[in-house]
Design a protein around this ligand. Structure first.
Ligand SMILES: Nc1ncnc2c1ncn2[C@@H]1O[C@H](COP(=O)(O)OP(=O)(O)OP(=O)(O)O)[C@@H](O)[C@H]1O
Length: 479
């Protein structure tokens, strides 16, 4: 199946929709690059076209591209090779011919460097970005997660969420090119549900329209994803406003199974709760998950009551007071219950940890999911993927991150390397070399401790510039 988000990735900047100002600023940055020689940070929510814009820009200007993952420790060396002053880029310029021999370096996940780089590494990247002899685009979701040194070294362009109004023409265009007839209301509906995120709107369109029949508003309204509309007020109720008792009553009014509601709450709790509140909420969600596990094991649907009490009442009770403001809730991933990925993940956890499948499903999987939600902390996610030998599908399943994101692919790659080097160590293990823990608790606990230490420093990206090598221990010292 061809992925429509790839098939219809904009190939020229003018096809990048909904961010005209940012798009113009990016074109201007490139046009004048010889004068200012600055790198640029393009930041914004997932699925708004940042990576597409960078590639489209290169294609418009006839530039070659090299795409790197900023959180990879070797990246500074690689950029140095491609874009450093010393290289003068003769190799690539010679090879490409047109476009003035420019090589656009695209650095994905520039906000994910803490935790993977030691301080010297982050500083090396900043230095290389400052001195580069080729244009560099850094891509980030959270601008302020980047170190101040790196931010200061770059120009900034923000990509805003793509409004429903800008999403509709993209969907319409795809339908025309696919020869799909549609009711205008159906496209409006998809755009509304996915307000802000063009990638997920395209995914929804593909899911609803792929059978080639005329697309009606009913197809969309009865589609699985549409149910999200009713859920948002419920999330406000649980996470911000209602008492435990009221939240339980609200949960009964939502047309979702407790399984799905748990996923919705788990996905969105970190957007509203913090610190101890969040830890208490995860406890309640783990409790809900245990009950859901009992339902699956026994088919005793009466237990759903207790799951609902935990996911709604427990999570509401975990909150300190009530909260205001507007939150952009996001949709979790849903998997059919017969999903082979889910089974495969549980089997691997059970085998590796020596648990029963039931324990792996009920006790271990929810814990891993909470600890590596959206692949953060990254190092812990890599350690988990290495330990359980997870592939991209499995990592995406456990963390709730999109499977096709570069983030997941890079994690799986790093995990593969970690496994390979662990195996090498094991082959020398008779000589008494350090081993990767065979007890999951040991391995994960060491990593979790390291990540916690690391995220402390993330709290103060400005006050304690990550660029200075202050001689403190880095992650590599622990693992
Ligand atoms: N502004 C846009 N105009 C046209 N298509 C878009 C736009 N934004 C996203 N898309 C569609 O969504 C897909 C994914 O977009 P892209 O990878 O560029 O997003 P991103 O902002 O870089 O997301 P992430 O931060 O998750 O990498 C594109 O291939 C394209 O099909």
């Amino acid at each position: 199946m061809v992925d429509w988000t790839e098939k219809y990735r904009p190939s020229t900047l003018s096809a990048v929709r909904g961010n005209d100002k940012a798009r113009d600023a990016l074109a201007e940055w490139a046009k004048t690059w010889d004068d200012h020689r600055e790198a640029v940070v393009v930041h914004g929510s997932p699925g708004v076209g940042k990576t597409s814009a960078a590639h489209a820009l290169a294609s418009d200007r006839g530039w070659e591209t090299v795409e790197l993952n900023a959180s990879d420790q070797r990246t500074a060396d690689v950029i140095e090779r491609f874009a450093g002053r010393a290289s003068k880029n003769t190799t690539l310029a010679g090879a490409t011919g047109g476009g003035g021999g420019r090589q656009l370096v695209i650095l994905d996940e520039a906000d994910n460097i803490h935790g993977n780089y030691d301080r010297g590494g982050a500083s090396a990247l900043t230095r290389v970005v400052k001195d580069a002899d080729q244009p560099i685009v850094l891509i980030a979701n959270d601008y302020y997660d980047m170190s101040r040194g790196l931010r200061n070294a770059c120009r900034e362009i923000e990509f805003r969420d793509v409004s429903a109004r800008s999403i509709v023409p993209v969907l319409r265009d795809i339908c025309r090119r696919e020869g799909i007839e549609f009711e205008a209301d159906a496209l409006d509906r998809i755009a509304e549900v996915n307000d802000g995120d063009l990638r997920s709107a395209v995914n929804d369109l593909q899911a609803a329209a792929e059978d080639g029949r005329r697309l009606t508003v009913d197809d969309v309204a009865t589609g699985d994803r549409d149910r999200g509309l009713d859920v948002f007020p419920f999330l406000d109720a649980v996470l911000k406003e209602e008492t435990a008792e009221e939240a339980i009553q609200s949960a009964y009014r939502v047309d979702e199974t407790p399984d799905d509601l748990t996923k919705w709450v788990a996905e969105n709790a970190p957007k509203v709760y913090e610190g101890a509140e969040l830890a208490r909420a995860y406890d309640a969600l783990a409790d809900a998950d245990r009950w859901l596990g009992r339902v699956r094991a026994s088919q005793e649907y009466g237990y759903w009551r207790y799951a609902t009490d935990a996911l709604a009442g427990g999570v509401a009770a975990a909150r300190d007071g009530s909260k205001g403001g507007w939150t952009r809730f996001s949709r979790p991933q849903f998997w059919p219950s017969s999903d082979s990925t889910a089974d495969e993940v549980v089997r691997k956890i059970a085998e590796r940890g020596g648990f029963s499948m039931a324990t792996a499903r009920r006790e271990v999987l929810p814990f891993l999911a909470a600890m590596t939600h959206h692949c953060k902390p990254r190092e812990l996610t890599v350690a988990m993927a290495a330990y359980y030998d997870f592939d991209a599908e499995a990592v995406s399943f456990v963390t709730g991150s999109g499977e096709t994101t570069n983030k997941v692919a890079a994690i799986v790659e790093d995990a593969g390397e970690r496994r390979a080097s662990t195996m090498e160590e094991h082959s020398e293990a008779f000589g008494g070399t350090r081993e990767m823990a065979t007890d999951p608790d040991d391995g994960m606990a060491a990593t979790a401790a390291t990540s916690a230490a690391d995220s402390d420093s993330d709290d103060e990206p400005d006050g304690d510039p990550a660029d200075d090598d202050d001689g403190q221990a880095g992650l590599s010292d622990f693992m």
